[in-house]
Design a protein around this ligand. Sequence first.
Ligand code: ADP
Length: 352
Amino acid sequence: FDSYDHNSPWALDIGGTLIKLVYFSREDGCLENSFGNSVRLEEVGLETSSKNYPILDGKLHFKKFQTSKINECLDFIESKLLQGSCCRHQEVSGKKKLIIKATGGGAYKYADLFKEKFGVTFDKEDEMNSLVSGANFLLKAVPCEAFTYMEGRKDFVQINSSDLFPYLLVNIGSGISMIKVVGDGKFERVSGTSLGGGTLLGLGMLLTKCQSFDDLLEMSHKGDNRNIDMLVSDIYGSDYSKIGLSARTIASSFGKVIFDNKELKDYKKEDIARSLLRMISNNLAQIAYLIAMWHGKLKRIIFGGSFTRSHEYIMETISDGVEYWSKGETKAMFLRHEGFLGALGAFKSYEK
Ligand code: ADP
């Protein structure tokens, strides 16, 4: 990172739902702390954070914007450009060009917009490559990054770099990618599913009329999925211990609804939110475990993407699912900077 010039490098990951931005500043005060000057972001309920990384001899800043509100991101970048930061110059055919590293589908979709508005060229980085590079960087270089979450307890896991590979990276964004990582730059996207974060939010908006992801999470806190889901006890009257199913195991997500003869308005939206959250989280945990087994009995499953949002109930459900299907042999792991893997990977590619 020593080679960076005063024009602090920036990297964007423009996804289907969220834009993730990572930028670096060497001097305290030359760029604002992400918590400041971010009123609009706070208003729409997006988390912002700023971390101090002594190893980088400066500060990495993290920001999120909604892709549907890309103008907010453009305004933010414009204000930075006016201050003379955020882009790097690169010599191309003897001419100096302003570039920003960019990844995600939006690096293609919005390239012309950025070019027209600011004359900035996106230096595109492959999305999967960026995710893996970001994850490897966090796992190797950042202390207290990976953690497990079981029974309400967060335990940080320091993984020895020499013992990191192989692992399964499950990136839960709008959709889900599952990537077997066997080394730096060595990986294969082995699976994926369209039932991801976008599904939770999309169904949630339809069924509960929630306005945002935060609304949905908030509702789910107050809900009880047993009013919506058909449990083993609803079918057996008790547990089905012979095959290891407890009375509270969900036999059929949303299955109780079929007996109720009620309309959507008769259900508490909090219960629906809780049910949806469990359905999506259980499903992805099970698929992740099966994929980890199928591809060489990978013992480590690391969940990234903005979906988990360090939300306790989501992490707990995913952890329980992995624990249950692996009979306690595998533990789900989460990352503190879960949503920024792609942006960090694109940022790291300035090193090349
Ligand atoms: P993508 O790159 O596809 O945009 P992300 O990793 O950014 O994916 O994750 C997007 C998902 O994260 C959403 O589908 C939603 O489930 C969840 N999410 C977390 N925070 C928010 C938010 N503030 N607004 C919308 N969705 C959010």
